[in-house]
Design a binder for this molecule. Sequence first.
Ligand SMILES: NC(=O)c1ccc[n+]([C@@H]2O[C@H](COP(=O)([O-])OP(=O)(O)OC[C@H]3O[C@@H](n4cnc5c(N)ncnc54)[C@H](O)[C@@H]3O)[C@@H](O)[C@H]2O)c1
Ligand SMILES: O=P(O)(O)OC[C@@H](O)[C@@H](O)[C@H](O)[C@H](O)CO
Length: 385
Amino acid sequence: MKAVHFGAGNIGRGFIGSLLYDAGYETIFVDVNKEIVDLLNARKEYNVVLAAQSKETVTIKNVSAINSMEHPDHVLEAIAEADLITTAVGPTILPTIAKSIAQGLRLRVEVNKTPLNIIACENLIGGSTILKEHVFDQLSEAEKNTYNDYFAFPDAAVDRIVPNQVNEDKLQVMVEPYYEWVVERSKMIGVIPQIDGITYVDDLKPYIERKLFTVNTGHAVAAYLGYHANIQTIDQALDNKDIRNQLEQTLLETGTLLSKKHGFDLEEHKEYIEKIIKRFLNVNLADDVTRVGRGPLRKLGPNDRLVGPAKQFVEIVKEEPVYLAKAIAAAFHYDVESDDEAFQVQQLIEEKGIRAAVTEVTKLESSSHLFELIVEQYEQLKTSK
Ligand SMILES: NC(=O)c1ccc[n+]([C@@H]2O[C@H](COP(=O)([O-])OP(=O)(O)OC[C@H]3O[C@@H](n4cnc5c(N)ncnc54)[C@H](O)[C@@H]3O)[C@@H](O)[C@H]2O)c1
Ligand SMILES: O=P(O)(O)OC[C@@H](O)[C@@H](O)[C@H](O)[C@H](O)CO
Protein backbone atom coordinates (compact mmCIF):
# COMPACT_ATOMS: atom_id res chain seq x y z
CA MET A 1 0.00 0.00 0.00
CA LYS A 2 1.24 3.43 -0.94
CA ALA A 3 0.49 6.72 0.81
CA VAL A 4 1.41 10.11 -0.59
CA HIS A 5 1.83 12.67 2.18
CA PHE A 6 2.20 16.39 1.38
CA GLY A 7 4.47 18.15 3.93
CA ALA A 8 7.44 16.29 5.41
CA GLY A 9 7.56 18.70 8.35
CA ASN A 10 7.00 18.22 12.06
CA ILE A 11 3.54 16.67 12.00
CA GLY A 12 4.12 14.94 8.66
CA ARG A 13 7.20 13.01 9.79
CA GLY A 14 6.48 13.03 13.53
CA PHE A 15 2.88 11.87 13.47
CA ILE A 16 1.22 10.91 10.16
CA GLY A 17 4.34 9.25 8.71
CA SER A 18 4.79 7.27 11.91
CA LEU A 19 1.22 5.90 11.97
CA LEU A 20 1.31 5.12 8.25
CA TYR A 21 4.51 3.10 8.72
CA ASP A 22 2.99 1.15 11.63
CA ALA A 23 0.00 0.37 9.40
CA GLY A 24 2.26 -1.09 6.69
CA TYR A 25 2.22 1.76 4.19
CA GLU A 26 5.10 2.83 1.98
CA THR A 27 5.03 6.62 2.39
CA ILE A 28 6.10 9.06 -0.31
CA PHE A 29 6.49 12.53 1.15
CA VAL A 30 6.03 15.54 -1.13
CA ASP A 31 7.80 18.70 0.01
CA VAL A 32 9.60 21.82 -1.24
CA ASN A 33 12.40 21.60 1.33
CA LYS A 34 15.34 20.27 -0.69
CA GLU A 35 17.46 19.33 2.30
CA ILE A 36 14.71 17.19 3.90
CA VAL A 37 13.71 15.60 0.58
CA ASP A 38 17.31 14.68 -0.27
CA LEU A 39 17.95 13.26 3.20
CA LEU A 40 14.78 11.15 3.09
CA ASN A 41 15.79 9.75 -0.29
CA ALA A 42 19.36 9.08 0.83
CA ARG A 43 18.42 7.31 4.07
CA LYS A 44 14.89 5.97 3.45
CA GLU A 45 14.27 6.12 7.21
CA TYR A 46 14.23 8.53 10.14
CA ASN A 47 13.83 8.49 13.91
CA VAL A 48 10.92 9.70 16.02
CA VAL A 49 11.86 10.40 19.64
CA LEU A 50 9.27 10.64 22.41
CA ALA A 51 9.51 13.80 24.52
CA ALA A 52 9.42 11.89 27.80
CA GLN A 53 12.03 10.89 30.33
CA SER A 54 12.51 7.55 28.54
CA LYS A 55 13.38 9.30 25.23
CA GLU A 56 11.99 6.16 23.53
CA THR A 57 12.98 6.15 19.85
CA VAL A 58 11.25 4.46 16.92
CA THR A 59 12.66 4.20 13.41
CA ILE A 60 10.23 4.94 10.59
CA LYS A 61 11.16 3.03 7.44
CA ASN A 62 9.85 2.51 3.93
CA VAL A 63 9.84 6.23 3.14
CA SER A 64 11.01 8.36 0.22
CA ALA A 65 10.31 11.90 -0.95
CA ILE A 66 9.61 14.01 -4.02
CA ASN A 67 10.68 17.62 -4.41
CA SER A 68 7.56 19.11 -6.00
CA MET A 69 9.51 22.12 -7.32
CA GLU A 70 12.07 19.94 -9.11
CA HIS A 71 9.86 17.01 -10.16
CA PRO A 72 6.20 18.05 -10.40
CA ASP A 73 5.56 15.20 -12.85
CA HIS A 74 6.71 12.63 -10.26
CA VAL A 75 4.08 13.99 -7.86
CA LEU A 76 1.34 13.36 -10.42
CA GLU A 77 2.56 9.80 -11.01
CA ALA A 78 2.63 9.13 -7.26
CA ILE A 79 -0.96 10.42 -6.91
CA ALA A 80 -2.06 8.19 -9.76
CA GLU A 81 -0.71 5.12 -7.93
CA ALA A 82 -1.56 6.04 -4.32
CA ASP A 83 -3.92 4.16 -1.98
CA LEU A 84 -4.23 7.18 0.33
CA ILE A 85 -3.33 10.87 0.26
CA THR A 86 -2.74 12.93 3.39
CA THR A 87 -1.50 16.49 3.94
CA ALA A 88 0.11 18.51 6.75
CA VAL A 89 1.43 21.62 5.02
CA GLY A 90 -0.45 24.37 6.87
CA PRO A 91 -3.84 25.84 5.86
CA THR A 92 -2.37 28.64 3.73
CA ILE A 93 -0.51 26.14 1.49
CA LEU A 94 -3.63 24.09 0.62
CA PRO A 95 -4.48 26.19 -2.51
CA THR A 96 -0.93 25.57 -3.81
CA ILE A 97 -0.92 21.79 -3.43
CA ALA A 98 -4.51 21.64 -4.75
CA LYS A 99 -3.15 22.40 -8.22
CA SER A 100 -0.89 19.34 -8.32
CA ILE A 101 -3.55 17.19 -6.64
CA ALA A 102 -6.03 18.18 -9.40
CA GLN A 103 -3.48 17.31 -12.10
CA GLY A 104 -2.61 14.06 -10.35
CA LEU A 105 -6.27 13.06 -10.19
CA ARG A 106 -6.56 13.82 -13.92
CA LEU A 107 -3.74 11.38 -14.64
CA ARG A 108 -5.26 8.88 -12.21
CA VAL A 109 -8.66 8.73 -13.96
CA GLU A 110 -6.79 7.82 -17.15
CA VAL A 111 -4.58 5.08 -15.73
CA ASN A 112 -6.08 3.86 -12.45
CA LYS A 113 -9.82 4.36 -11.97
CA THR A 114 -9.94 3.34 -8.29
CA PRO A 115 -11.39 5.25 -5.34
CA LEU A 116 -9.08 7.45 -3.29
CA ASN A 117 -9.42 9.27 0.02
CA ILE A 118 -7.62 12.58 0.47
CA ILE A 119 -7.32 13.67 4.11
CA ALA A 120 -6.10 17.12 5.12
CA CYS A 121 -4.49 16.87 8.58
CA GLU A 122 -4.39 20.58 9.33
CA ASN A 123 -5.62 22.65 12.28
CA LEU A 124 -8.63 23.84 10.38
CA ILE A 125 -12.37 23.22 10.62
CA GLY A 126 -13.44 21.43 7.43
CA GLY A 127 -9.83 21.23 6.18
CA SER A 128 -10.37 18.43 3.65
CA THR A 129 -13.60 20.05 2.43
CA ILE A 130 -11.69 23.28 1.86
CA LEU A 131 -8.93 21.36 0.04
CA LYS A 132 -11.62 19.74 -2.14
CA GLU A 133 -12.97 23.19 -3.05
CA HIS A 134 -9.50 24.29 -4.14
CA VAL A 135 -9.00 21.08 -6.14
CA PHE A 136 -12.44 21.36 -7.76
CA ASP A 137 -11.74 25.00 -8.72
CA GLN A 138 -9.18 23.50 -11.14
CA LEU A 139 -11.67 21.13 -12.80
CA SER A 140 -14.26 21.41 -15.58
CA GLU A 141 -17.96 20.73 -14.78
CA ALA A 142 -17.75 17.32 -16.46
CA GLU A 143 -14.63 16.42 -14.48
CA LYS A 144 -16.30 17.46 -11.21
CA ASN A 145 -19.13 14.96 -11.80
CA THR A 146 -16.76 12.08 -12.53
CA TYR A 147 -14.34 12.93 -9.73
CA ASN A 148 -17.13 12.97 -7.15
CA ASP A 149 -17.64 9.27 -7.92
CA TYR A 150 -14.01 8.34 -7.29
CA PHE A 151 -12.45 10.76 -4.86
CA ALA A 152 -13.43 11.69 -1.31
CA PHE A 153 -12.15 14.35 1.04
CA PRO A 154 -13.07 13.25 4.58
CA ASP A 155 -12.43 15.91 7.24
CA ALA A 156 -10.08 15.13 10.12
CA ALA A 157 -8.77 16.38 13.47
CA VAL A 158 -5.15 15.72 14.39
CA ASP A 159 -3.63 16.24 17.80
CA ARG A 160 0.00 15.76 18.77
CA ILE A 161 2.34 18.51 19.92
CA VAL A 162 5.43 18.54 17.74
CA PRO A 163 7.67 21.53 18.57
CA ASN A 164 10.31 23.13 16.36
CA GLN A 165 13.17 20.68 16.00
CA VAL A 166 16.68 21.50 17.17
CA ASN A 167 18.30 18.11 16.53
CA GLU A 168 21.67 17.65 14.90
CA ASP A 169 20.05 14.94 12.77
CA LYS A 170 17.80 17.01 10.49
CA LEU A 171 15.37 14.12 9.91
CA GLN A 172 14.86 13.24 13.55
CA VAL A 173 11.63 14.50 15.11
CA MET A 174 10.84 14.82 18.80
CA VAL A 175 7.14 14.46 19.56
CA GLU A 176 4.98 14.29 22.67
CA PRO A 177 3.81 10.74 23.54
CA TYR A 178 0.09 11.63 23.26
CA TYR A 179 -1.74 11.59 19.92
CA GLU A 180 -5.24 11.57 18.50
CA TRP A 181 -6.34 11.34 14.84
CA VAL A 182 -10.09 11.46 14.17
CA VAL A 183 -11.46 11.02 10.63
CA GLU A 184 -15.00 11.45 9.29
CA ARG A 185 -15.93 7.98 8.04
CA SER A 186 -19.26 9.06 6.54
CA LYS A 187 -17.42 11.09 3.89
CA MET A 188 -15.02 8.28 2.87
CA ILE A 189 -15.01 6.25 -0.31
CA GLY A 190 -13.95 2.64 -1.05
CA VAL A 191 -12.11 0.50 1.48
CA ILE A 192 -11.63 2.23 4.84
CA PRO A 193 -7.86 2.36 5.62
CA GLN A 194 -6.90 0.14 8.57
CA ILE A 195 -4.59 2.46 10.48
CA ASP A 196 -4.10 1.93 14.21
CA GLY A 197 -4.49 5.28 15.91
CA ILE A 198 -7.27 6.60 13.64
CA THR A 199 -10.66 6.92 15.30
CA TYR A 200 -13.44 6.94 12.71
CA VAL A 201 -16.55 8.97 13.49
CA ASP A 202 -19.67 9.79 11.48
CA ASP A 203 -19.76 13.48 12.37
CA LEU A 204 -16.42 15.23 12.89
CA LYS A 205 -17.76 18.67 13.90
CA PRO A 206 -17.89 18.06 17.68
CA TYR A 207 -14.40 16.49 17.66
CA ILE A 208 -12.63 19.16 15.59
CA GLU A 209 -14.29 21.95 17.58
CA ARG A 210 -13.41 20.27 20.88
CA LYS A 211 -9.79 19.92 19.76
CA LEU A 212 -9.36 23.34 18.13
CA PHE A 213 -11.26 25.27 20.83
CA THR A 214 -9.46 23.54 23.71
CA VAL A 215 -5.93 22.46 22.69
CA ASN A 216 -5.35 25.25 20.18
CA THR A 217 -7.29 27.98 22.00
CA GLY A 218 -5.38 27.15 25.20
CA HIS A 219 -2.12 27.05 23.29
CA ALA A 220 -2.84 30.46 21.71
CA VAL A 221 -3.58 32.00 25.13
CA ALA A 222 -0.26 30.73 26.52
CA ALA A 223 1.62 31.81 23.38
CA TYR A 224 0.26 35.35 23.01
CA LEU A 225 0.24 36.23 26.71
CA GLY A 226 3.57 34.44 27.18
CA TYR A 227 5.10 36.47 24.36
CA HIS A 228 3.62 39.66 25.86
CA ALA A 229 5.34 38.79 29.17
CA ASN A 230 8.70 38.05 27.44
CA ILE A 231 8.45 34.33 28.18
CA GLN A 232 10.06 31.88 25.78
CA THR A 233 8.24 28.57 26.04
CA ILE A 234 4.71 27.30 26.66
CA ASP A 235 5.57 25.40 29.85
CA GLN A 236 7.26 28.54 31.23
CA ALA A 237 4.19 30.62 30.33
CA LEU A 238 2.05 28.26 32.42
CA ASP A 239 4.37 28.77 35.40
CA ASN A 240 3.15 32.38 35.41
CA LYS A 241 0.13 32.51 37.77
CA ASP A 242 -1.77 35.17 35.79
CA ILE A 243 -1.30 33.40 32.46
CA ARG A 244 -2.25 30.03 33.96
CA ASN A 245 -5.42 31.60 35.38
CA GLN A 246 -6.22 33.33 32.07
CA LEU A 247 -5.75 30.01 30.26
CA GLU A 248 -7.99 28.09 32.68
CA GLN A 249 -10.72 30.72 32.52
CA THR A 250 -10.58 30.86 28.72
CA LEU A 251 -10.93 27.08 28.51
CA LEU A 252 -13.87 27.28 30.89
CA GLU A 253 -15.53 29.65 28.41
CA THR A 254 -14.87 27.36 25.43
CA GLY A 255 -15.82 24.34 27.58
CA THR A 256 -19.17 25.89 28.48
CA LEU A 257 -19.76 26.60 24.80
CA LEU A 258 -18.76 23.09 23.71
CA SER A 259 -20.92 21.37 26.31
CA LYS A 260 -23.93 23.53 25.40
CA LYS A 261 -23.42 23.14 21.67
CA HIS A 262 -22.36 19.50 21.39
CA GLY A 263 -23.65 18.03 24.65
CA PHE A 264 -20.23 17.19 26.13
CA ASP A 265 -20.53 16.50 29.87
CA LEU A 266 -18.91 19.54 31.52
CA GLU A 267 -17.24 17.51 34.30
CA GLU A 268 -15.71 15.08 31.78
CA HIS A 269 -14.70 18.03 29.65
CA LYS A 270 -12.89 19.57 32.64
CA GLU A 271 -10.84 16.35 32.87
CA TYR A 272 -10.02 16.73 29.15
CA ILE A 273 -8.83 20.30 29.91
CA GLU A 274 -6.67 19.05 32.81
CA LYS A 275 -5.06 16.48 30.53
CA ILE A 276 -4.26 19.17 27.96
CA ILE A 277 -2.75 21.49 30.56
CA LYS A 278 -0.49 18.61 31.69
CA ARG A 279 0.61 18.17 28.06
CA PHE A 280 1.43 21.92 27.83
CA LEU A 281 3.55 21.57 31.00
CA ASN A 282 5.83 18.95 29.39
CA VAL A 283 9.27 20.54 29.87
CA ASN A 284 10.86 18.06 27.46
CA LEU A 285 9.00 19.75 24.60
CA ALA A 286 10.47 23.25 25.19
CA ASP A 287 7.79 24.46 22.77
CA ASP A 288 8.56 28.03 21.74
CA VAL A 289 5.75 30.59 22.09
CA THR A 290 6.62 31.86 18.61
CA ARG A 291 5.90 28.45 17.06
CA VAL A 292 2.57 28.20 18.83
CA GLY A 293 1.69 31.85 18.08
CA ARG A 294 2.82 31.65 14.41
CA GLY A 295 0.45 33.05 11.79
CA PRO A 296 -1.73 35.40 13.89
CA LEU A 297 -3.67 36.54 10.80
CA ARG A 298 -4.95 32.97 10.39
CA LYS A 299 -5.43 32.45 14.13
CA LEU A 300 -7.48 35.67 14.40
CA GLY A 301 -9.70 34.61 11.48
CA PRO A 302 -13.50 34.56 11.97
CA ASN A 303 -13.73 30.77 12.36
CA ASP A 304 -10.42 29.96 13.98
CA ARG A 305 -9.55 29.10 17.63
CA LEU A 306 -10.12 32.55 19.17
CA VAL A 307 -12.76 34.55 17.31
CA GLY A 308 -14.67 31.38 16.33
CA PRO A 309 -15.53 30.31 19.90
CA ALA A 310 -15.89 33.93 21.09
CA LYS A 311 -18.64 34.60 18.51
CA GLN A 312 -20.38 31.32 19.29
CA PHE A 313 -20.13 31.99 23.04
CA VAL A 314 -22.08 35.22 22.54
CA GLU A 315 -24.72 33.45 20.39
CA ILE A 316 -25.10 30.23 22.37
CA VAL A 317 -24.07 30.95 25.99
CA LYS A 318 -25.44 34.49 25.72
CA GLU A 319 -22.75 36.00 27.93
CA GLU A 320 -19.62 38.03 27.24
CA PRO A 321 -16.46 35.96 26.59
CA VAL A 322 -14.15 38.28 28.54
CA TYR A 323 -11.21 35.88 28.66
CA LEU A 324 -11.40 35.01 24.97
CA ALA A 325 -11.55 38.75 24.25
CA LYS A 326 -8.32 39.26 26.19
CA ALA A 327 -6.62 36.43 24.27
CA ILE A 328 -7.73 38.01 20.98
CA ALA A 329 -6.41 41.38 22.15
CA ALA A 330 -3.06 39.77 23.07
CA ALA A 331 -2.85 38.26 19.56
CA PHE A 332 -3.20 41.78 18.12
CA HIS A 333 -0.11 42.73 20.17
CA TYR A 334 1.95 39.85 18.78
CA ASP A 335 4.73 41.60 16.84
CA VAL A 336 7.36 38.94 16.09
CA GLU A 337 9.31 40.49 13.20
CA SER A 338 10.21 37.23 11.47
CA ASP A 339 6.54 36.21 11.28
CA ASP A 340 5.05 37.56 8.01
CA GLU A 341 1.48 37.42 9.33
CA ALA A 342 2.42 39.22 12.57
CA PHE A 343 4.12 41.88 10.44
CA GLN A 344 0.98 42.30 8.32
CA VAL A 345 -1.26 42.65 11.39
CA GLN A 346 1.10 45.21 12.99
CA GLN A 347 1.30 47.16 9.73
CA LEU A 348 -2.48 47.22 9.53
CA ILE A 349 -2.75 48.56 13.09
CA GLU A 350 -0.10 51.19 12.39
CA GLU A 351 -1.72 52.36 9.15
CA LYS A 352 -5.41 52.18 10.01
CA GLY A 353 -5.65 51.87 13.79
CA ILE A 354 -6.78 49.00 16.00
CA ARG A 355 -10.53 49.35 15.26
CA ALA A 356 -10.06 49.00 11.50
CA ALA A 357 -7.58 46.16 12.04
CA VAL A 358 -10.02 44.21 14.25
CA THR A 359 -12.78 44.71 11.65
CA GLU A 360 -10.59 43.62 8.74
CA VAL A 361 -8.99 40.61 10.41
CA THR A 362 -11.80 39.17 12.55
CA LYS A 363 -14.75 40.33 10.36
CA LEU A 364 -16.60 41.20 13.58
CA GLU A 365 -19.28 43.92 13.45
CA SER A 366 -17.87 47.08 15.02
CA SER A 367 -21.25 47.61 16.69
CA SER A 368 -20.96 44.37 18.71
CA HIS A 369 -20.10 44.15 22.42
CA LEU A 370 -17.41 41.61 21.63
CA PHE A 371 -15.69 44.09 19.31
CA GLU A 372 -15.66 46.77 22.04
CA LEU A 373 -14.39 44.26 24.58
CA ILE A 374 -11.46 43.33 22.33
CA VAL A 375 -10.50 46.95 21.70
CA GLU A 376 -10.80 47.72 25.43
CA GLN A 377 -8.55 44.75 26.32
CA TYR A 378 -6.10 45.74 23.59
CA GLU A 379 -5.72 49.21 25.12
CA GLN A 380 -5.33 47.73 28.62
CA LEU A 381 -2.60 45.35 27.45
CA LYS A 382 -0.77 48.32 25.91
CA THR A 383 -0.27 49.80 29.34
CA SER A 384 1.12 46.54 30.75
CA LYS A 385 3.83 46.17 28.04
N1 LIG B 1 3.26 20.75 15.00
C1 LIG B 1 2.16 20.45 15.66
O1 LIG B 1 2.15 20.35 16.90
C2 LIG B 1 0.87 20.21 14.92
C3 LIG B 1 -0.10 19.40 15.53
C4 LIG B 1 -1.31 19.18 14.89
C5 LIG B 1 -1.54 19.75 13.64
N2 LIG B 1 -0.58 20.51 13.07
C6 LIG B 1 -0.88 21.06 11.75
O2 LIG B 1 -0.09 20.39 10.77
C7 LIG B 1 0.22 21.28 9.70
C8 LIG B 1 1.73 21.32 9.53
O3 LIG B 1 2.30 21.81 10.71
P1 LIG B 1 3.81 21.47 11.10
O4 LIG B 1 3.98 21.86 12.50
O5 LIG B 1 4.17 20.11 10.66
O6 LIG B 1 4.57 22.54 10.16
P2 LIG B 1 5.99 22.38 9.47
O7 LIG B 1 6.37 23.73 9.02
O8 LIG B 1 6.93 21.62 10.34
O9 LIG B 1 5.68 21.44 8.20
C9 LIG B 1 5.08 21.90 7.02
C10 LIG B 1 5.83 21.28 5.85
O10 LIG B 1 5.15 21.62 4.66
C11 LIG B 1 6.13 21.87 3.69
N3 LIG B 1 5.59 22.66 2.56
C12 LIG B 1 5.45 23.99 2.45
N4 LIG B 1 4.95 24.30 1.23
C13 LIG B 1 4.76 23.13 0.58
C14 LIG B 1 4.29 22.80 -0.71
N5 LIG B 1 3.88 23.73 -1.58
N6 LIG B 1 4.23 21.49 -1.06
C15 LIG B 1 4.62 20.51 -0.18
N7 LIG B 1 5.10 20.78 1.06
C16 LIG B 1 5.16 22.07 1.43
C17 LIG B 1 7.24 22.60 4.43
O11 LIG B 1 8.46 22.60 3.73
C18 LIG B 1 7.27 21.78 5.72
O12 LIG B 1 8.16 20.69 5.61
C19 LIG B 1 -0.40 22.63 10.08
O13 LIG B 1 -1.67 22.74 9.53
C20 LIG B 1 -0.51 22.53 11.60
O14 LIG B 1 -1.53 23.33 12.12
C21 LIG B 1 0.62 20.76 13.67
O1 LIG C 1 -0.23 24.53 14.12
P1 LIG C 1 -0.91 25.85 14.39
O2 LIG C 1 -0.09 27.00 13.96
O3 LIG C 1 -2.32 25.88 13.87
O4 LIG C 1 -1.08 25.96 15.97
C1 LIG C 1 0.05 25.91 16.81
C2 LIG C 1 -0.13 24.84 17.88
O5 LIG C 1 -1.22 25.18 18.69
C3 LIG C 1 -0.39 23.47 17.24
O6 LIG C 1 0.58 23.14 16.30
C4 LIG C 1 -0.47 22.38 18.33
O7 LIG C 1 0.81 22.06 18.78
C5 LIG C 1 -1.16 21.15 17.80
O8 LIG C 1 -2.37 21.47 17.19
C6 LIG C 1 -1.36 20.10 18.86
O9 LIG C 1 -2.15 19.08 18.34
